[in-house]
Structures are given as C-alpha cells and as structure tokens.
Ligand binder design. Structure first.
Ligand SMILES: NC(=O)c1ccc[n+]([C@@H]2O[C@H](COP(=O)([O-])OP(=O)(O)OC[C@H]3O[C@@H](n4cnc5c(N)ncnc54)[C@H](O)[C@@H]3O)[C@@H](O)[C@H]2O)c1
Length: 367
C-alpha cells in the first residue's frame, strides 16, 4: 500500500502521524511511505530521519494526498484539506465527527474511508488510541498545576513537595481514570499529599492497592468535594461520562470556599469541564482567574509536548496502520473488531450511529 503522512496544518499542532520507526516497519513490510517535507519537525523528527527509515519526502501536502492510498495523521482534516481527500482513500486519524457537521459532510462528499482513532475500542470497552493522550494530560496536569501555584503566576505560593519542616502541598484529583491515576502518581512522586475521588469503587480499590500511603481515596459526592476544596492547593478534574458532557462537580459558589490562589486544572475541559466556571483556553493564554482561583483549562494539553505525544500516539496506532496496510481496510476490520469500531464513514455512508444521533439526522445509513 502507498501510505502518506502529511504535515498537520491545524493551528498550533506540532504532532505528526508517524515517526521514522513507523516508516521503517511499513517499508519492511513492503509498503511505500510518502512523508511531507518537515512534517515531523515540530516533534523533533527531520526529513533525513524519515529518509533513512525508507520514506520518500514530498514537497507539498497536495502531493501527499494525491499519491497515497492511506493517509495517517493526527488531527481531523481542516477546511483547506477537504478538497484533497480522494474517493476510496483511507483516512486514519482523530476525527471527533460529532463535534463538526461541516467536517462530517465534507468526508461524506469525499467518498473516502474514515477510520477514527477515538472510536477504536477494545473488548473491555476502553479506547486504546485515546489512552496515551489521557496519560500525557494527566501527568502534565501536575506539572502545570505546580507552575501556576507559584506566586508570580497568581497561585498560593506553595511548593507541592514542601521542604523539611514544612508540610507538602495538597492535591485533590477528581476522577480515578487514566487522567486521574497519572496525575495522582505524578503528584505523589513530587511528595504532595494526594486525595483521589471517584464514584466507581473498583477504581478506588485499585488506586488504594497500588498507590503509596500518602495517596488517599475518597468517594466522590458533593459533600466530600465541598469538604476537600477548602484545604487542597491544586484540584485536577479528570472526570468522564462517556459520550456526555462532564458533570459540574465544582459549582460557581464553591470557588468562594477555596483559598485565594488555589489552582484548578480542568483536564475534562474537552467534554465541557467538571467545573462550572471552566471555559476552554489555549497554550498561548492558558489561565484565567475567577474569585482568586486560577483556572487552567487547555483543551489540547498534549500539544505542548509534541515529542512525547507523537511517540506515545504512534506506539499505539502503528499496529493498526500495519494491519490496514497489509490487508486493506475491509479484511483488516473483519479480522480486528476493535479496528472495525473505528469505521465512521465509508464511501459516503455514515456507519457510526452516534454521529447520526449527534446531528439528529433522519434515515441512518448503517454499514
Ligand atoms: N484537556 C486535554 O488535553 C485532554 C487530554 C486527554 C484527555 N482529556 C479528557 O480528560 C477526561 C478524562 O479522561 P480519562 O481518559 O481519564 O477518562 P476515564 O474514563 O479513564 O476516567 C474517567 C473517570 O471519571 C470517573 N467519574 C465519573 N463520574 C464521576 C464523578 N461524579 N466523580 C468522580 N469521578 C467520576 C469515572 O468513574 C472514571 O473512573 C476526558 O474528558 C478526556 O477527554 C483531556
């Protein structure tokens, strides 16, 4: 198969869909790989790295789309790319169709085969191509939170780890999923006192088993949240209700009960956030303050660490890329049910029912 890796042109996106290691594997399997010039530069992978792995470098994004049977990228195509996508071409990337009707219509019109990273789902119901980004965001939440707790950043002026003779900072993590556990682990590593909350007792039992004693669990309910926000320095929101808006677990009135300079990192901002006062921010302007509480609500946290994010993402996408290239999409999806769940639009038909529901379209066309 001919596989193309374009440079991401979405604003502030420095990740790339394939590393030189991925190119090497594909070429070893007899495939041809075209990489757009400088596609990996933002993640620290340069043209000569790709060439040494066996790729051919093409100058323009138009050439990559025109010459490839499968496009492997990171973000959904943006409007400038819609016209480049060809009939029958496989596009393997994050799409998040339900959040964009114009994108969905453009991909229907293109008659391409759209396989979305975010809906690839394994037998346990987990989303293996989303997990690494949650791992990155969970770990980053503490790094960012620690920075914004510093006084010049308008934080409380607390060092999370404390020092001998001074008690460490306190971190409250709401949600003990992928984000929450990674955040708790990082905070514990810095020496902070950590409270982690969830409504799922299985998750809390797991955390209790694997974390050190300065990470304590608590059942998540309004009473307990109100109790803890008064004393914790950094609050991390890592809640998810699959396919739904995150619940507002911290309401506007609760900000007044926090100490000035408390920092909230609402990682769940991409699902609307679990704090009533959350509104999405960017890496250029990541924080804002309401009632003396610092809010960090960057919707694409992994974008700030493109090297780590690219490698983490491509580690998990590559086995699927190889399956698609070796077998073609139809056979690959027949043999791998988790990959089949990634099929969203096929030859102009929407085959993922949540997309049809999201736009309240009639006459669902199912695969
Ligand atoms: N901002 C970013 O850059 C970024 C990056 C990656 C992920 N995310 C987002 O972070 C969020 C969490 O992702 P995840 O992978 O950890 O999800 P996950 O499904 O692994 O974990 C979510 C956890 O929330 C718990 N939960 C549900 N309701 C709760 C409640 N009322 N109180 C406490 N816990 C509750 C669930 O039981 C689950 O354990 C998602 O919205 C995801 O999209 C954001």
């Amino acid at each position: 198969m001919i596989v193309g890796v374009p440079k991401e042109i979405k604003n502030n996106e420095s990740r790339v869909g394939m590393t030189p290691a991925g190119v090497y594997e594909l070429v070893k399997n007899g495939h041809t790989v075209y990489v757009q010039s400088e596609a990996g530069a933002g993640s620290g992978f340069f043209n000569q790295d790709y060439q040494q792995a066996g790729a051919t470098i093409l100058d323009t994004i138009g050439q990559v789309y025109a010459m490839s049977e499968m496009i492997v990228k990171v973000k959904e195509p943006i409007a400038e790319e819609y016209g480049l996508v060809r009939k029958g071409q496989i596009i393997f990337t994050y799409f998040h169709f339900a959040s964009s009707e114009p994108l969905t219509k453009a991909m229907i019109d293109s008659s391409s085969v759209c396989i979305a990273y975010e809906t690839v789902e394994d037998e346990e119901g987990t989303l293996p191509l989303l997990t690494p980004m949650s791992e990155v965001a969970g770990r980053m939440a503490i790094q960012q939170g620690a920075k914004y707790l510093e006084k010049p950043a308008k934080g409380r002026g607390v060092l999370l780890g404390g020092v001998p003779g001074v008690t460490p900072g306190k971190v409250l993590v709401i949600g003990a999923g992928v984000v929450g556990i990674q955040a708790a682990k990082m905070a514990a590593g810095l020496g902070a006192h950590v409270t982690i909350m969830d409504v799922n007792m299985k998750r809390l039992r797991y955390v209790n088993d694997v974390m050190p004693p300065h990470v304590v669990t608590e059942f998540s309910n309004e009473f307990n949240i109100r109790k803890h926000i008064k004393t914790h320095d950094l609050i991390v929101g890592g809640v998810l209700l699959k396919g739904k808006k995150a619940p507002n677990l911290i309401t506007r009135d609760m900000l007044k009960e926090m100490r000035p300079g408390t920092v909230i990192v609402d990682v769940a901002v991409d699902q609307g956030g679990c704090v009533e006062t959350t509104k999405a921010t960017t890496h250029e302007n990541p924080t804002y303050i309401i009632d003396d509480v610092v809010h960090y609500c960057v919707a694409n946290m992994p974008g700030a660490v493109p090297y780590t994010s690219t490698v983490a993402l491509t580690n998990v996408t590559l086995p699927y890329v190889l399956k698609l290239a070796n077998n073609g999409w139809e056979a690959a999806c027949r043999m791998d049910k988790s990959l089949e769940k990634g099929l969203n639009i096929v030859d102009g038909d929407v085959v993922y029912k949540e997309i049809i529901e999201a736009f309240s379209w009639k006459e669902p066309v199912l695969f």
